[in-house]
Design a protein around this ligand. Structure first.
Ligand code: C5P
Length: 237
């Protein structure tokens, strides 16, 4: 199914599909990185878990009116997606303060944001993915003001849908990161992955972390936690 390796990122490899040149194969790796690659470790099973989790979430979003690059899960670690040109923005949506915003701006841990807060980061490893404002985004990428507004509206819609999705698995969606890409016809769709690598998820009752923070903070076994998360999501009614 896959042929030419187009790109290797920290958590995924991207191939061109050998059967359909307009489609890509995303192969999830077992590597986990944090602090922009400064902390790195390989966890056998992680690629499969993120592929499974992401392959549950994208169809759910699709059923709730959110268009994305996702086509289908292919096998344990791979999924087929539409080719998009990635817009180099990380769109972070926050429902509760934690992580970088507490350090950067001094918000008290767990301060609620209502409406959810959106932050933009410039996807650039050399610059350590800096926080940027809308004007920077318009200068640094090819998006228009109308598209930037559309992305933000979409990010809040995705937040509403995902909060409900995770709530029914007894999880609080604390924050998450989205990426968007442009289809050949110019339309912008949700892209990349949605997984415990890119979301913060806390148990509704205990606030136990069920995401990559267990690796970032060295407080738990990543694969065990991701496995528990997948089981919860699969058990949704
Ligand atoms: O580190 P920070 O608090 O800014 O992260 C906000 C959210 O974005 C978290 O859910 C984190 O997992 C996600 N994120 C990501 N990739 C990055 C940076 C943050 O998925 N490069």
């Amino acid at each position: 199914m896959k042929a030419e390796l187009l790109y290797e990122g920290k958590a995924k490899k991207v191939y061109r599909s050998s059967t359909d040149s307009e489609k890509l194969v995303l192969a999830y790796k077992n590597d986990a990185t944090a602090f922009n690659g400064k902390k790195k470790e390989s966890f056998p099973g992680k690629g499969r878990l993120n592929n499974e989790i992401s392959s549950l979430i994208f169809p759910y979003l699709h059923n709730h009116g959110i268009r994305s690059h996702f086509i289908k899960r292919l096998n344990e670690t791979e999924q087929l997606v539409l080719e998009t040109e990635i817009i180099p923005l990380e769109v972070v949506v926050r429902n509760l303060a934690t992580g970088s915003i507490t350090k950067r701006l001094g918000f008290k841990e767990k301060t609620p944001f209502n409406p959810a807060l959106i932050e933009l980061f410039y996807k650039n490893d050399e610059l350590d993915d800096p926080l940027i404002n809308d004007d920077h985004a318009l200068l640094l990428t090819d998006i228009t003001l109308a598209e930037l507004r559309e992305i933000k509206v979409k990010a809040l819609e995705i937040n509403t849908v995902l909060r409900e999705f995770f709530y029914t698995s007894n999880l609080t969606l604390v924050d998450f990161k989205l990426e968007f890409g442009r289809l050949p016809d110019g339309r912008i769709v949700l892209s990349d992955e949605i997984s415990p690598d890119t979301c913060r998820l806390w148990d509704l009752e205990t606030n136990a972390k069920m995401d990559k923070d267990v690796f970032r903070q060295g407080t738990g076994d990543l694969v065990t936690v991701y496995e528990q998360l997948l089981q919860r999501l699969e058990a949704r009614v």
